[in-house]
Write a protein that binds this ligand. Structure first.
Ligand code: ACO
Length: 335
Protein backbone atom coordinates (compact mmCIF):
# COMPACT_ATOMS: atom_id res chain seq x y z
CA UNK A 1 0.00 0.00 0.00
CA UNK A 2 1.33 3.47 -0.81
CA UNK A 3 -0.17 6.71 0.39
CA UNK A 4 0.59 10.41 0.01
CA UNK A 5 1.97 10.54 3.54
CA UNK A 6 5.08 12.73 3.84
CA UNK A 7 7.82 11.52 6.19
CA UNK A 8 9.92 13.92 8.22
CA UNK A 9 12.65 13.79 10.82
CA UNK A 10 10.87 15.13 13.90
CA UNK A 11 13.77 15.16 16.33
CA UNK A 12 17.38 14.10 16.79
CA UNK A 13 19.78 13.53 19.66
CA UNK A 14 23.20 12.12 20.38
CA UNK A 15 25.43 10.73 23.09
CA UNK A 16 29.20 10.77 22.92
CA UNK A 17 31.26 8.82 25.49
CA UNK A 18 33.18 10.96 27.94
CA UNK A 19 36.64 9.45 27.44
CA UNK A 20 38.67 11.07 24.67
CA UNK A 21 41.51 9.07 23.09
CA UNK A 22 43.84 11.46 21.25
CA UNK A 23 46.30 10.39 18.55
CA UNK A 24 49.01 11.17 21.11
CA UNK A 25 47.55 8.43 23.32
CA UNK A 26 47.82 5.98 20.41
CA UNK A 27 51.51 6.87 20.06
CA UNK A 28 51.99 5.12 23.43
CA UNK A 29 50.13 2.00 22.24
CA UNK A 30 51.39 1.42 18.67
CA UNK A 31 54.08 2.56 16.23
CA UNK A 32 52.34 5.66 14.87
CA UNK A 33 52.26 9.40 15.30
CA UNK A 34 49.75 12.22 15.42
CA UNK A 35 51.02 13.82 12.19
CA UNK A 36 50.68 10.61 10.12
CA UNK A 37 47.17 9.88 11.39
CA UNK A 38 45.92 13.44 10.90
CA UNK A 39 47.46 13.85 7.46
CA UNK A 40 46.20 10.47 6.14
CA UNK A 41 42.78 10.39 7.81
CA UNK A 42 41.83 13.83 9.21
CA UNK A 43 41.38 12.29 12.66
CA UNK A 44 42.85 13.82 15.84
CA UNK A 45 40.82 12.08 18.52
CA UNK A 46 37.95 9.67 19.10
CA UNK A 47 35.61 8.81 21.98
CA UNK A 48 35.89 5.53 23.88
CA UNK A 49 33.03 3.99 25.90
CA UNK A 50 33.53 3.15 29.53
CA UNK A 51 33.75 -0.57 30.25
CA UNK A 52 32.48 0.07 33.77
CA UNK A 53 28.89 0.42 32.55
CA UNK A 54 26.60 3.32 31.68
CA UNK A 55 27.95 3.72 28.16
CA UNK A 56 26.98 0.43 26.52
CA UNK A 57 25.32 0.86 23.10
CA UNK A 58 21.77 0.74 24.50
CA UNK A 59 22.75 3.16 27.31
CA UNK A 60 24.08 5.68 24.81
CA UNK A 61 20.92 5.22 22.76
CA UNK A 62 18.79 5.82 25.87
CA UNK A 63 20.43 9.20 26.50
CA UNK A 64 20.32 10.22 22.84
CA UNK A 65 16.64 9.24 22.59
CA UNK A 66 15.64 11.37 25.60
CA UNK A 67 17.13 14.37 23.78
CA UNK A 68 15.38 13.46 20.51
CA UNK A 69 12.01 12.95 22.23
CA UNK A 70 12.32 16.40 23.79
CA UNK A 71 13.16 17.96 20.42
CA UNK A 72 10.25 16.16 18.76
CA UNK A 73 7.89 17.00 21.65
CA UNK A 74 6.98 13.32 22.06
CA UNK A 75 6.75 10.80 24.91
CA UNK A 76 8.45 7.37 24.93
CA UNK A 77 5.13 5.59 24.35
CA UNK A 78 4.57 7.62 21.15
CA UNK A 79 7.30 5.48 19.55
CA UNK A 80 5.76 2.51 17.73
CA UNK A 81 8.87 0.92 16.20
CA UNK A 82 12.56 0.86 17.13
CA UNK A 83 15.19 0.20 14.45
CA UNK A 84 18.60 -0.15 16.12
CA UNK A 85 21.60 -0.10 13.77
CA UNK A 86 24.80 -1.48 15.23
CA UNK A 87 27.62 -3.89 14.44
CA UNK A 88 28.46 -3.85 18.14
CA UNK A 89 25.13 -4.58 19.87
CA UNK A 90 25.03 -5.08 23.64
CA UNK A 91 24.45 -8.85 23.31
CA UNK A 92 23.84 -11.46 20.61
CA UNK A 93 20.45 -12.00 22.27
CA UNK A 94 18.28 -10.15 23.07
CA UNK A 95 18.63 -7.42 20.49
CA UNK A 96 19.60 -3.92 21.61
CA UNK A 97 16.29 -2.47 20.41
CA UNK A 98 14.37 -4.44 23.05
CA UNK A 99 16.86 -3.42 25.76
CA UNK A 100 16.29 0.19 24.76
CA UNK A 101 12.49 -0.27 24.70
CA UNK A 102 12.59 -1.41 28.35
CA UNK A 103 15.01 1.25 29.53
CA UNK A 104 12.87 3.99 27.98
CA UNK A 105 9.81 2.64 29.80
CA UNK A 106 7.92 1.97 26.56
CA UNK A 107 4.93 -0.23 27.43
CA UNK A 108 3.12 -0.33 24.07
CA UNK A 109 4.93 -3.52 22.89
CA UNK A 110 6.31 -1.71 19.83
CA UNK A 111 8.33 -3.72 17.32
CA UNK A 112 12.07 -3.88 17.99
CA UNK A 113 14.61 -4.74 15.32
CA UNK A 114 18.40 -4.56 15.16
CA UNK A 115 19.92 -3.74 11.78
CA UNK A 116 23.30 -5.18 10.78
CA UNK A 117 24.40 -3.11 7.79
CA UNK A 118 27.69 -1.79 9.22
CA UNK A 119 28.35 1.88 8.46
CA UNK A 120 25.24 2.06 6.29
CA UNK A 121 23.05 1.01 9.23
CA UNK A 122 21.57 4.42 10.02
CA UNK A 123 20.68 5.17 6.41
CA UNK A 124 19.21 1.67 6.09
CA UNK A 125 17.09 2.30 9.19
CA UNK A 126 16.01 5.75 8.07
CA UNK A 127 14.96 4.55 4.61
CA UNK A 128 13.10 1.54 6.04
CA UNK A 129 11.35 3.86 8.50
CA UNK A 130 10.40 6.14 5.64
CA UNK A 131 8.73 3.19 3.89
CA UNK A 132 6.86 2.11 7.03
CA UNK A 133 5.56 5.63 7.69
CA UNK A 134 4.46 5.99 4.09
CA UNK A 135 2.36 2.82 4.24
CA UNK A 136 0.60 4.21 7.30
CA UNK A 137 1.73 1.22 9.39
CA UNK A 138 3.63 3.38 11.90
CA UNK A 139 3.41 6.90 13.28
CA UNK A 140 6.75 7.50 15.03
CA UNK A 141 9.80 5.37 14.43
CA UNK A 142 12.97 5.64 16.47
CA UNK A 143 16.04 5.07 14.28
CA UNK A 144 19.18 4.45 16.33
CA UNK A 145 22.85 4.19 15.40
CA UNK A 146 24.96 3.21 18.39
CA UNK A 147 28.44 1.76 18.18
CA UNK A 148 31.09 0.61 20.63
CA UNK A 149 33.73 -0.24 18.06
CA UNK A 150 36.49 0.03 20.65
CA UNK A 151 35.49 -3.50 21.73
CA UNK A 152 35.96 -4.99 18.24
CA UNK A 153 39.04 -3.09 17.07
CA UNK A 154 42.48 -4.68 17.26
CA UNK A 155 44.35 -2.00 19.20
CA UNK A 156 47.66 -3.50 18.07
CA UNK A 157 46.83 -3.07 14.33
CA UNK A 158 47.98 0.42 13.36
CA UNK A 159 46.41 0.04 9.91
CA UNK A 160 42.88 0.02 11.33
CA UNK A 161 42.66 0.99 15.02
CA UNK A 162 43.53 4.63 14.35
CA UNK A 163 40.30 5.07 12.40
CA UNK A 164 37.55 4.05 14.78
CA UNK A 165 35.66 5.48 17.73
CA UNK A 166 32.47 5.05 19.77
CA UNK A 167 29.29 7.10 19.75
CA UNK A 168 25.57 7.21 19.17
CA UNK A 169 22.90 9.33 17.54
CA UNK A 170 19.21 8.82 16.89
CA UNK A 171 16.42 10.29 14.81
CA UNK A 172 12.66 10.09 15.33
CA UNK A 173 10.90 9.76 12.01
CA UNK A 174 7.20 10.35 11.59
CA UNK A 175 4.40 11.49 9.35
CA UNK A 176 4.20 15.16 8.41
CA UNK A 177 0.51 15.94 8.00
CA UNK A 178 0.83 19.74 7.92
CA UNK A 179 0.38 21.44 4.53
CA UNK A 180 2.47 24.44 5.65
CA UNK A 181 5.42 22.24 6.76
CA UNK A 182 7.75 21.42 3.87
CA UNK A 183 9.95 18.92 5.79
CA UNK A 184 10.06 15.64 3.89
CA UNK A 185 12.24 12.73 2.83
CA UNK A 186 12.53 13.33 -0.91
CA UNK A 187 14.44 10.29 -2.15
CA UNK A 188 16.11 7.21 -0.74
CA UNK A 189 18.33 4.38 -1.91
CA UNK A 190 19.63 1.16 -0.40
CA UNK A 191 22.18 -1.06 -2.10
CA UNK A 192 24.89 -3.65 -1.56
CA UNK A 193 27.59 -5.55 -3.39
CA UNK A 194 28.40 -8.77 -1.55
CA UNK A 195 31.39 -9.47 -3.76
CA UNK A 196 33.38 -6.91 -1.74
CA UNK A 197 32.85 -8.70 1.56
CA UNK A 198 36.53 -9.49 2.13
CA UNK A 199 37.50 -5.78 2.10
CA UNK A 200 36.15 -5.44 5.61
CA UNK A 201 35.03 -8.37 7.69
CA UNK A 202 35.05 -10.11 11.03
CA UNK A 203 35.01 -13.80 10.13
CA UNK A 204 35.35 -15.21 13.64
CA UNK A 205 32.53 -15.31 16.18
CA UNK A 206 29.59 -16.37 13.99
CA UNK A 207 28.10 -19.78 13.25
CA UNK A 208 30.70 -20.67 10.59
CA UNK A 209 33.73 -19.92 12.76
CA UNK A 210 32.74 -19.77 16.42
CA UNK A 211 35.00 -18.12 18.96
CA UNK A 212 37.67 -20.54 20.18
CA UNK A 213 40.56 -20.10 22.59
CA UNK A 214 42.99 -20.40 19.63
CA UNK A 215 41.17 -17.63 17.70
CA UNK A 216 41.15 -15.41 20.74
CA UNK A 217 44.83 -15.96 21.44
CA UNK A 218 45.76 -15.11 17.84
CA UNK A 219 43.48 -12.04 17.85
CA UNK A 220 41.63 -13.35 14.79
CA UNK A 221 38.27 -12.30 16.21
CA UNK A 222 38.84 -8.59 15.57
CA UNK A 223 37.56 -6.58 12.61
CA UNK A 224 39.85 -6.90 9.59
CA UNK A 225 40.09 -4.22 6.94
CA UNK A 226 41.79 -3.75 3.58
CA UNK A 227 42.00 0.01 3.76
CA UNK A 228 43.23 0.86 0.26
CA UNK A 229 40.53 -1.24 -1.44
CA UNK A 230 37.84 0.27 0.78
CA UNK A 231 39.08 3.74 -0.07
CA UNK A 232 38.67 3.24 -3.83
CA UNK A 233 35.22 1.66 -3.61
CA UNK A 234 34.06 4.34 -1.18
CA UNK A 235 34.64 7.37 -3.40
CA UNK A 236 33.08 5.69 -6.44
CA UNK A 237 30.05 4.53 -4.49
CA UNK A 238 29.39 7.83 -2.72
CA UNK A 239 29.53 9.77 -5.99
CA UNK A 240 27.18 7.32 -7.72
CA UNK A 241 24.66 7.49 -4.85
CA UNK A 242 24.63 11.29 -4.86
CA UNK A 243 23.88 11.41 -8.58
CA UNK A 244 21.11 8.85 -8.16
CA UNK A 245 19.44 10.90 -5.40
CA UNK A 246 19.53 14.15 -7.34
CA UNK A 247 18.11 12.48 -10.43
CA UNK A 248 15.30 10.94 -8.37
CA UNK A 249 14.37 14.34 -6.90
CA UNK A 250 15.02 16.24 -10.12
CA UNK A 251 17.59 18.45 -8.41
CA UNK A 252 21.14 19.62 -9.09
CA UNK A 253 24.20 19.92 -6.85
CA UNK A 254 23.42 23.62 -6.41
CA UNK A 255 20.18 22.65 -4.66
CA UNK A 256 22.04 20.84 -1.86
CA UNK A 257 22.55 22.94 1.26
CA UNK A 258 24.38 20.25 3.23
CA UNK A 259 26.17 17.09 2.15
CA UNK A 260 26.76 14.61 4.98
CA UNK A 261 28.83 11.64 3.81
CA UNK A 262 29.95 8.75 5.99
CA UNK A 263 33.03 9.87 7.94
CA UNK A 264 35.62 7.15 7.27
CA UNK A 265 38.55 9.27 6.10
CA UNK A 266 38.64 13.00 5.34
CA UNK A 267 40.42 12.23 2.06
CA UNK A 268 37.48 10.06 0.95
CA UNK A 269 35.14 12.94 1.78
CA UNK A 270 37.28 15.54 -0.03
CA UNK A 271 37.73 13.34 -3.10
CA UNK A 272 33.98 12.69 -3.29
CA UNK A 273 33.12 16.38 -2.88
CA UNK A 274 35.58 17.19 -5.69
CA UNK A 275 34.09 14.53 -7.97
CA UNK A 276 30.63 15.97 -7.33
CA UNK A 277 31.82 19.58 -7.52
CA UNK A 278 30.32 20.27 -4.11
CA UNK A 279 32.05 23.08 -2.24
CA UNK A 280 33.58 21.84 1.03
CA UNK A 281 31.74 24.66 2.85
CA UNK A 282 28.58 22.65 2.24
CA UNK A 283 30.02 19.41 3.59
CA UNK A 284 29.58 18.53 7.26
CA UNK A 285 32.88 17.07 8.48
CA UNK A 286 33.56 16.18 12.10
CA UNK A 287 35.86 13.18 11.72
CA UNK A 288 38.66 15.13 13.43
CA UNK A 289 36.87 14.81 16.80
CA UNK A 290 35.17 11.41 16.59
CA UNK A 291 36.88 9.24 13.95
CA UNK A 292 34.74 6.61 12.23
CA UNK A 293 31.84 5.61 14.47
CA UNK A 294 30.39 3.32 11.77
CA UNK A 295 26.58 3.76 11.59
CA UNK A 296 26.94 6.68 14.00
CA UNK A 297 28.87 9.10 11.80
CA UNK A 298 26.03 10.57 9.71
CA UNK A 299 23.47 11.12 12.48
CA UNK A 300 26.15 12.46 14.85
CA UNK A 301 27.30 14.96 12.21
CA UNK A 302 23.69 15.84 11.38
CA UNK A 303 22.67 16.48 14.98
CA UNK A 304 25.85 18.43 15.70
CA UNK A 305 25.22 20.71 12.69
CA UNK A 306 21.62 21.28 13.84
CA UNK A 307 22.82 22.15 17.35
CA UNK A 308 25.42 24.66 16.16
CA UNK A 309 22.92 26.33 13.82
CA UNK A 310 24.40 25.29 10.47
CA UNK A 311 21.45 23.10 9.48
CA UNK A 312 18.00 24.66 9.73
CA UNK A 313 14.47 23.51 8.93
CA UNK A 314 13.86 23.73 5.19
CA UNK A 315 17.50 22.98 4.25
CA UNK A 316 18.14 20.31 1.62
CA UNK A 317 20.40 17.65 3.12
CA UNK A 318 22.01 14.62 1.48
CA UNK A 319 23.14 11.61 3.53
CA UNK A 320 25.49 9.27 1.66
CA UNK A 321 27.13 6.16 3.03
CA UNK A 322 29.01 2.90 2.45
CA UNK A 323 30.19 0.15 4.75
CA UNK A 324 31.22 -3.44 5.25
CA UNK A 325 29.29 -5.94 3.19
CA UNK A 326 29.69 -3.88 1.09
CA UNK A 327 26.51 -2.04 1.89
CA UNK A 328 25.59 1.44 0.74
CA UNK A 329 22.72 3.90 0.87
CA UNK A 330 21.64 7.50 0.58
CA UNK A 331 18.79 9.75 1.68
CA UNK A 332 17.86 13.15 0.30
CA UNK A 333 15.61 15.23 2.52
CA UNK A 334 14.22 18.66 3.17
CA UNK A 335 14.87 18.97 6.91
N1 ACO B 1 50.98 5.11 11.50
C1 ACO B 1 52.11 5.25 10.78
N2 ACO B 1 52.32 4.59 9.63
C2 ACO B 1 51.35 3.78 9.18
C3 ACO B 1 50.14 3.61 9.88
C4 ACO B 1 50.00 4.32 11.10
N3 ACO B 1 48.87 4.21 11.84
N4 ACO B 1 49.35 2.75 9.18
C5 ACO B 1 50.03 2.41 8.10
N5 ACO B 1 51.23 3.02 8.08
C6 ACO B 1 52.27 2.93 7.06
C7 ACO B 1 52.18 1.65 6.26
O1 ACO B 1 52.85 0.59 6.92
C8 ACO B 1 52.83 2.04 4.96
O2 ACO B 1 54.23 2.00 5.13
P1 ACO B 1 55.15 1.44 3.94
O3 ACO B 1 54.90 2.37 2.79
O4 ACO B 1 56.51 1.51 4.54
O5 ACO B 1 54.65 0.05 3.67
C9 ACO B 1 52.43 3.50 4.80
O6 ACO B 1 52.08 3.97 6.12
C10 ACO B 1 51.27 3.71 3.86
O7 ACO B 1 50.26 2.78 4.18
P2 ACO B 1 48.89 2.73 3.41
O8 ACO B 1 48.04 1.61 3.94
O9 ACO B 1 49.14 2.77 1.93
O10 ACO B 1 48.25 4.13 3.84
P3 ACO B 1 47.00 4.84 3.26
O11 ACO B 1 47.36 6.20 2.83
O12 ACO B 1 46.21 3.96 2.32
O13 ACO B 1 46.10 5.02 4.57
C11 ACO B 1 44.15 4.13 5.65
C12 ACO B 1 45.60 3.88 5.27
C13 ACO B 1 44.11 5.35 6.54
C14 ACO B 1 43.63 2.91 6.40
C15 ACO B 1 43.33 4.40 4.36
O14 ACO B 1 43.57 3.39 3.41
C16 ACO B 1 41.84 4.46 4.59
O15 ACO B 1 41.33 5.29 5.32
N6 ACO B 1 41.06 3.59 3.92
C17 ACO B 1 39.62 3.56 3.99
C18 ACO B 1 39.19 2.87 5.20
C19 ACO B 1 37.72 2.78 5.35
O16 ACO B 1 37.00 3.41 4.64
N7 ACO B 1 37.31 1.97 6.30
C20 ACO B 1 36.02 1.74 6.77
C21 ACO B 1 34.94 1.65 5.79
S1 ACO B 1 33.55 0.76 6.30
C22 ACO B 1 33.14 1.33 7.76
O17 ACO B 1 33.26 2.50 8.01
C23 ACO B 1 32.61 0.36 8.78
Amino acid sequence: MTTNIKTKIKGTGFYLPKQIRHNKDLEKMIDTNDEWIFERTGIRERRICSTEGGEWPADMAHNATLEALKNANLEPNDIDLILFASVTPDYKLPNSATILQTSLGITNNCGCLDIAAACSGFVYGLNLANGMIKTGANKNILVVASEMLSREVDWSDRGSCILFGDGCAVAIVGANDKDDDSSEILASYLGADGTGREFFDQPIGGSVNPMTIENLEKGDHYMQMRGREMFKVATRTLAKNAKRMLEAADMTYEDIDWFIPHQANVRIIETTAKLLKINLDKVVINIEKYGNTSAGTIPIAFHEAILDGRINRGDIVLFDTFGAGLTTGATLLRY
